[in-house]
Design a binder for this molecule. Structure first.
Ligand SMILES: [Zn+2]
Length: 238
């Protein structure tokens, strides 16, 4: 198996002080940087999306008109392509990102699957090319773009984990509803700490000896359920 990390829309406009900043956004950015620094081998592929709207139109009704935003279907102007608000949060500056996906040019686009790279590749293309079957998802916002991206990944047949300490939402109620919906759809909700430990891939035997909690690829026993089974395999061998 190969595992990818989706970093959804960790942009200045979606973090504190931005045009559409969500509470906890800065902490999410810092936490993602920590996750990747602490577990550089955990992911075969890191794909980050950015909302990337046109400046000269309302992007298919996504930007609110004179009546003002409803914060469900219409929003304040945000993430206009090429502006500081559309840039990645500063904490991602040193983070490894293998592919950059833009979405929302002239239209509402909540899921990373609606975007493409500069070269025109879709996320689906990238995952197929790299034989990715497992996806961890982090970023902003829980109740919109994280939700939509996770649902699409599940629909495309991938095993999905949402790292619940590395997401933040627009509103508490809709975020809780989104997580319940994702769990019902088959996503696993886990903390990033256990995700990093179970995401090791390639030097499994060493990892088990060293830490005892990583998933063991290729033995059969540990494939399929992530952290918990990795632990039991390690115990069985001890
Ligand atoms: Zn948008």
């Amino acid at each position: 198996m190969h595992r990818a990390l989706f970093i959804i829309d960790v942009q200045n406009d979606f973090t504190e002080g931005g045009a559409l900043g969500v509470e906890g956004g800065n902490a999410v950015a810092a936490g993602i940087a920590r996750l990747l620094a602490g577990h550089p081998e955990a992911y075969d592929l890191v794909i980050a999306s950015r909302d990337w709207h046109d400046a000269d139109n309302d992007n298919g009704g996504h930007f609110a008109g004179v009546e003002g935003p409803d914060f469900v279907d219409t929003w304040p102007v945000h993430c206009v392509a090429g502006t500081p608000g559309a840039a990645y949060h500063d904490d991602l500056a040193g983070v490894r990102i293998d592919f950059h996906v833009h979405k929302g040019q002239g239209e509402p686009a909540y899921s990373i699957y609606e975007g493409t790279t500069e070269e025109g590749a879709t996320v689906h293309d990238l995952l197929d090319q790299h034989a990715v079957t497992e996806i961890d998802i982090v970023g902003l916002a829980t109740d919109y773009c994280v939700r939509a991206s996770a649902l699409d990944a599940i629909e495309h047949g991938r095993r999905v984990r949402v790292l619940t300490d590395l997401i933040a939402g627009v509103a508490a109620e809709s975020s809780a509803a989104a997580l319940a919906e994702l769990a019902h759809a088959g996503a696993e909700l886990v903390l990033s700490e256990s995700a990093g430990d179970s995401a090791g891939d390639g030097d499994a035997a060493h990892d088990v000896d060293a830490g005892g909690t990583r998933g063991v690829e290729g033995t059969g026993a540990a494939e399929g359920t992530g952290a918990a089974e990795g632990t039991s395999t390690a115990e069985a061998r001890a």
